[in-house]
Design a protein around this ligand. Structure first.
Ligand code: G4P
Length: 288
């Protein structure tokens, strides 16, 4: 899904999330485990405010498991419970309800002590496009979408999905915009497929990918493109990959756009193995 985010759209998206926040006990913030910071909405703290929150690092199957553990610790150090999940395959989803219960224990205990009737926890999912919100909702919904009435003339009722007996999930997620200001974030969003049609230059995205691989996963880069050594010079890097992958023009010269497409596609499709693009170490240099 490609969404053009204009100020009006952002304001509307924010309003919609703020409205739904009133209905729920907890926000489930979905991020891409490959880019746990770059895939967050830049105003998330402000929008969610004091509402309790559970962060899900989705697509954990595509991320570097060691880095995922580091990111979970990072969130927990900020006082935010985080879980690694795979909404597509289902892995990790069983822990969502228990984590939500743990987070809300005090609130629900208080309600009980005031004599209020026990009820299910109400939750909503938020996140930028393509982090897997619909996949997660569909997966959790199975056949459990609880219709709460669609009376004509009445504002469309919110529908709740029952996840077991103890959790109810709003059937529509809150869609928020990604970060735009930072070019590096843009490259990471493009390399993970979060933004597909991008104003960023194709060759720049591929070059960012190549440099990232060279720094963090050089052996995988060499293996994928059968390189003995990774050339130092930028054009030589493209030439080496382009030649190996047959991205040539009529005269036999390397076609850089085609080579860029191949590199980007390979990274998006996890052809170089699961990897994580946001590094905790970068935080220190404030360079995510
Ligand atoms: P959204 O509602 O947040 O916009 O995201 P959506 O569920 O549409 O998911 C975006 C893409 O990510 C989908 O692929 C979906 O199958 C994939 N996806 C979601 N969760 C996971 C996961 O845990 N692991 C993996 N590997 N993939 C996941 P798609 O429909 O093929 O779209 P695309 O890949 O062409 O973007």
């Amino acid at each position: 899904m490609t969404i053009q985010w204009f100020p009006g759209h952002m304001a509307k998206a924010r309003r919609q999330v703020t409205e739904k926040l009133k209905l729920v006990d907890i926000v489930i913030e979905l991020v891409d485990a490959r880019i746990p910071l770059s895939s967050r909405n830049p105003m998330i703290e402000e929008i969610i405010g004091q509402k309790p929150r559970l962060v899900l690092l989705n697509k954990a199957d595509m991320a570097d498991p060691v880095k995922t553990d580091q990111w979970i610790t990072y969130f927990e150090e900020q006082g935010i419970k985080a879980l690694a999940v795979n909404a597509q395959g289902g892995k990790g989803l069983h822990s969502i309800v228990q984590s939500a219960k743990d987070i809300l224990k005090e609130k629900f205990d208080r309600m009980k002590s005031r004599g209020m009737r026990p009820r299910a926890i109400r939750a909503m999912i938020v996140g930028i496009p393509n982090v897997g919100k619909s996949t997660l909702i569909n997966r959790l919904a199975k056949k459990n979408i609880a219709k709460t009435g669609n009376t004509p003339g009445v504002t469309k009722a919110q529908q709740w999905i029952k996840v077991g007996k103890e959790l109810e999930l709003l059937d529509t997620p809150g869609i928020l915009w990604p970060k735009f200001e930072d070019e590096r974030v843009g490259y990471k969003l493009a390399l993970t497929g979060a933004i597909k049609d991008t104003i960023l230059n194709l060759q720049d995205i591929a070059l960012f990918g190549l440099k990232f691989l060279e720094t963090h996963y050089p052996d995988r880069l060499k293996e994928r493109y059968s390189l003995d050594e990774i050339p130092e010079e930028v054009l030589a890097k493209f030439d080496a990959v382009g030649k190996k992958r047959g991205c040539l023009m009529a005269g036999g010269e390397v076609n850089y756009d085609k080579t860029s497409e191949v590199i980007i596609r390979d990274i998006r499709n996890v052809q170089l193995g699961p990897m994580t693009f946001d590094m905790i170490e970068e935080l220190e240099s404030d360079d995510i």
